[in-house]
Design a protein. Structure first.
Length: 122
């Protein structure tokens, strides 16, 4: 694992996403109850960026198809249920999901030291 400085501590705020590049990967940072969390920016549904997603109570929602993930663990909480933010009826969820099974998003260990945020990358 490689420990990489990616941001200043003041750049990472509750309910806001801060996008960074680390070891060639796009990573999103935010704070959840004061703790910095780091998650891959790519949704596991179609690999689209979640940079424009919303963060509420430690959960990020993909702006494209509504999949929701715990931002600190990557656990999938809700799979592809909307299109561009417009909720779809339950009978359409399978079609939006395109046959893909719900999957977690990779997360990375984040830490703070002397006013800087670091992530551990493979």
């Amino acid at each position: 694992m490689k420990r990489i400085k990616v941001a200043g501590s003041n750049d990472v705020k509750e309910t806001q996403l801060h996008a960074v590049q680390a070891n060639g990967q796009s990573v999103l940072l935010t704070r959840v109850q004061g703790k910095v969390c780091a998650i891959s920016s790519k949704c596991t549904h179609l690999g689209l960026s979640m940079k424009g997603g919303k963060v509420v109570d430690g959960v990020i929602q993909c702006p494209w198809h509504g999949s929701r993930f715990d931002i600190c663990t990557g656990k999938n909480l809700n799979w592809a249920n909307s299109f561009l933010g417009i909720p779809m009826p339950k009978f359409m969820h399978g079609m939006i999901g395109m046959g893909k099974k719900p999957a977690p998003v990779p997360t990375f260990k984040a830490s703070e030291e002397e006013g800087a945020v670091f992530v551990e990358m493979p």
